[in-house]
Write a protein that binds this ligand. Structure first.
Ligand code: T4K
Length: 387
């Protein structure tokens, strides 16, 4: 890494970028390579690569025990896991979701002919606002999907109350929240089901992967059928289905990564505190807080740029990217402004003022094992020069 330069020298103004190789948001966390290689060797020896192999079964038990849930149904990715959970739960018509989320939450509904109806968020938590959810309920509404954005729990109890009062089903997109807790309980226990993503960029990865966790025996049974074309034994299809299976090599990665969960949290938490110190006191630069009473995985370092800053969010992102620090504007511009949903609801923004404001303020910064103290100091220096 180069020495910190003056504002005039920022790469934006023609100097070479500080990093020859990009510093990414979402670098995969890697656990025990020895465990992975050993398990990969066993896969070759067994010649059993997919279709509910022994490693997938072990992985499912490990995840279910870790979260304290009855069932973990492992899948090929979080998006398919969402789609299958949505079908198994019997959602249809309209389902209320936040717009401020990764687009997969909305796509998983729309792809199945269900209308995602976007409700606004609480600007403090970036999660669904239960009152905004109430306002979006119509006679066609069948359910609510809460998202635990950044691993911070959605308002689970309040959303449960809204669902019960209105006869709606409730499930959660917990793609960011593996290893996090809410009121003393691991996320994974809430609603009818929760959906995890184990994508490479997530706190915990299986290269690609996902799972639905639930205490509901009936739903788990249906999802096991659905992820394997509805097969119940050779030649016997008893349910419509798709191919949502997790492979053995992905389960091996998951088992190898389990050994390092706590180490990753420690690294992420240390980075988070280093960012917090380095950015402290900068006007208009606010690092989002994690609730000290909950377990967090600290996978996302999320900064909001507010009016006090001299530079806009986009100017800061451009300056960082020019230095090869690939900071991200997650989840800009909000699902409702993406073409498929803009076409569906051209004026949705009128109902989503907090979503629009937050989406225009957020920068997500690199963290994980690839990021060291001097990187954080450099990134903070870019903020200091601009903000
Ligand atoms: N619900 C929510 C709330 C989600 O956030 C997501 C996924 C889902 C559902 C769906 O789950 P999956 O079907 O994905 O399991 C990334 C991820 O692709 C996506 O999984 C994730 N959310 C989202 C928040 O972030 P992009 O478009 O930013 O990905 P990409 O390819 O730009 O990768 C981000 C950075 O990570 C890159 O700068 C490079 C780095 N990277 C990426 C990969 C894949 C690596 O260093 N190594 C790698 O192998 O969406």
């Amino acid at each position: 890494m180069k020495e910190v330069r003056s504002k005039a020298d920022l790469a934006l103004h023609g100097a070479a970028p500080a990093y020859a190789q990009p510093l990414h948001v979402g670098r995969p966390n890697v656990g025990s390579r020895d465990t992975f290689m050993r398990l990969a060797g066993e896969i070759f020896d067994r010649r059993w690569f997919s279709n509910n192999g022994p490693l997938v079964e072990e992985f499912e038990r490990t995840v279910a025990d870790f979260l304290g849930v009855k069932h973990c149904v492992a899948m090929c990715n979080g998006t398919i896991a969402l789609e299958i959970a949505i079908r198994a739960l019997g959602l249809g018509g309209e389902v209320i979701v936040p717009s401020y989320t990764f687009v997969a939450t909305a796509h998983a509904l729309y792809w199945q002919g269900i209308t995602p109806v976007f409700a606004d968020i609480d600007p403090r938590t970036h999660n669904l606002d239960p009152d905004a959810v109430r306002r979006m309920i119509t006679p066609r509404t069948t359910g609510i999907i809460g998202v635990h954005l950044w691993g911070r729990a959605a308002p689970v109890s309040e959303l449960q109350a809204v669902a019960e009062e209105n006869g709606l089903k409730l499930m959660f997109d917990a793609a960011h929240a593996f290893g996090c807790s809410y009121q003393g309980q691991m996320i994974g226990k809430f609603g009818s089901a929760e959906v995890l993503s184990f994508h490479a960029t997530k706190f915990f990865n299986t290269f690609e992967g996902g799972a639905v966790v639930t205490d509901d025996d009936d739903m788990a049974g249906k999802m096991r059928l659905m992820r394997n074309f509805g097969f119940a034994g050779f030649d016997n299809v008893i349910h419509p289905g798709t191919n949502g299976k997790m492979t053995e090599i992905c389960a091996a990665m998951g088992l190898a990564n389990f050994d390092c969960l706590e180490d990753v949290i420690q690294t992420n938490e240390a980075n988070y505190h280093a960012y917090s110190l380095a950015l402290r006191g900068l006007p208009g630069v606010e690092l989002i807080a994690y609730d000290a009473a909950s377990r967090n995985n600290f996978q996302y370092v999320v900064v909001e740029i507010t009016n006090g800053s001299r530079a806009t969010r986009d100017e800061i992102v451009a300056a960082l990217q020019a230095e090869n620090v690939l900071a991200r504007k997650y989840f800009w511009p909000g699902c409702h402004r993406m073409k498929p949903y803009r076409d569906l609801f051209p004026h949705a923004g009128l109902m989503l003022p907090h979503t629009e404001a937050v989406a225009s303020r957020v920068i997500v910064l690199p963290t994980g094992g690839d990021v060291c103290a001097s990187d954080i100091e450099f990134i903070a220096s870019v903020f200091r020069q601009l903000a």
